[in-house]
Design a protein around this ligand. Structure first.
Ligand SMILES: Cc1cc2nc3c(=O)[nH]c(=O)nc-3n(C[C@H](O)[C@H](O)[C@H](O)COP(=O)(O)O)c2cc1C
Length: 357
């Protein structure tokens, strides 16, 4: 067997040693200076006897045991393994460097806390640190602007958008889903640049690279069989890709229990390779995240116009979503989900959400 040090390692100094982290495996291990020395000897694929030759002070059994534990924590990759294939894909396709990879892969599949836990943490913060000012106020001499709501239909509609997590037990319609998809991703024109044709839509896309695909998780959509569908902006169509199991929506949004009352969810998945093709600067990663916000906002506004609420969520089970959708490439990633439903609003919600008359 040949082996090699993982390319996905970062190190932080700790008491008398390093803490190492493999961002593709999301594994953490303690690493002494000696271990670090060993890892540097494995920069290239190395056969076990060649490693033994380099470390005459250790027995074959000792080295074997060390290598085995290094493989188990993802520090060393065994040739031909699934980890080796993933590392190879990473080095061949990820062109935005280590810091961006560290950020991207570290936030995949992270566990999320419950609403009760999040509230406890906030109460504790408020008690220990105090509350935080969420706006920068202007002084008395600031120029007062005209009333933005008066006779402004679009702005008034936009002001009605709210995240309402409780849903009425009624279907959304295929037409409503269709409107939401089209407003977020539908193609409204084409443009030509120096090398080819680029799609244009209602939402801006950095360099016109169109990194997003949308998937519809239909639990209760009138006019659409229950299932998971891919939306093609090319011809504004849906194609079935998978069944939808009970509990899928909640589990895909990090276990947030309100998910399964929702009749429908749109999941936006980035194909980062499309943007990487043009932009080598890792800033393009930010561009992709910003684009999700544009698409999401259009979906939310059209949902609002249809009398629905679209609840955005960035808490995702990325691996499970990719499995369901059959997305295999390392540069493809679920980024943002929006559930669609008729809102279940009571007096408390209306007050809290600022939608009282
Ligand atoms: C990027 C992003 C991620 C969000 N993720 C979650 C989430 O995981 N769970 C959730 O309940 N709400 C999530 N929200 C919704 C916000 O909590 C919500 O927008 C906020 O409470 C303000 O309410 P409003 O949307 O009615 O203005 C997210 C919103 C944004 C913009």
């Amino acid at each position: 067997m040949r082996m090699k040090c993982s390319e996905a390692l970062v190190f932080t100094p700790a008491e008398g040693q390093f803490i190492a982290y493999n961002f593709l495996e999301k594994s953490v291990f303690e690493c002494s200076a000696d271990l670090l020395d060993l890892l540097t000897r494995l920069k290239n694929w190395t056969a076990f006897p060649d490693l033994l030759d380099q470390l005459p002070d250790f027995s074959a059994e000792e080295i074997e045991a060390i290598v085995e534990s290094l493989v188990s924590v993802g520090a060393v990759i065994a040739e031909g393994s699934a980890d080796a294939a993933r590392e190879q894909e990473y080095s061949e396709t990820w062109s935005w460097g280590l810091p961006t990879a560290l950020m991207h892969f570290s936030v995949q599949d992270n566990p999320f806390i419950t609403v009760a836990q999040a509230e406890d943490m906030q109460r504790e913060k408020a008690r220990t640190v105090g509350l935080m000012q969420l706006h920068r106020p202007n002084g008395n001499g600031a120029l007062k602007l005209p009333d933005p709501m008066r006779d402004k239909e679009l702005i008034r509609l936009m002001a009605q958008r709210r995240t309402i997590r409780r849903a009425l037990d009624v279907p959304v319609t295929l037409e409503q889903v269709s409107d939401c998809l089209f407003s977020g991703l539908g193609i409204t024109g084409w443009t030509q640049n120096c090398v080819g044709r680029l799609p244009l839509s209602m939402t801006p896309s950095g360099g016109g690279r169109n990194p997003y695909e949308a998937y519809v998780f239909a639990r209760n959509v009138r006019g659409l069989d229950r299932g998971v569908y891919h939306y093609s902006a090319l011809d504004h169509s849906l194609e079935r890709v998978s069944d939808l199991e009970d509990g899928d929506i909640t589990s895909l949004i990090g276990g947030q229990e309100w998910g399964d009352d929702k009749p429908c969810m749109i999941l936006l998945c980035a194909h980062m390779e499309r943007t990487m093709w043009k932009y080598e600067d890792p800033n393009a990663y930010r561009v992709i995240m910003i684009e999700a916000g544009h698409i999401g906002q259009n979906i939310m506004l059209v949902a609002t116009q249809n009398g629905l609420t679209a609840c955005p969520t960035a808490a995702l089970d990325h691996t499970r979503a990719k499995d369901i959708l059959g997305l295999k490439d390392l540069t493809q990633a679920p980024i943002y989900a929006l559930t669609l439903s008729a809102p279940l609003v009571d007096a408390d919600d209306a007050g809290a959400a600022g939608i009282a008359a």
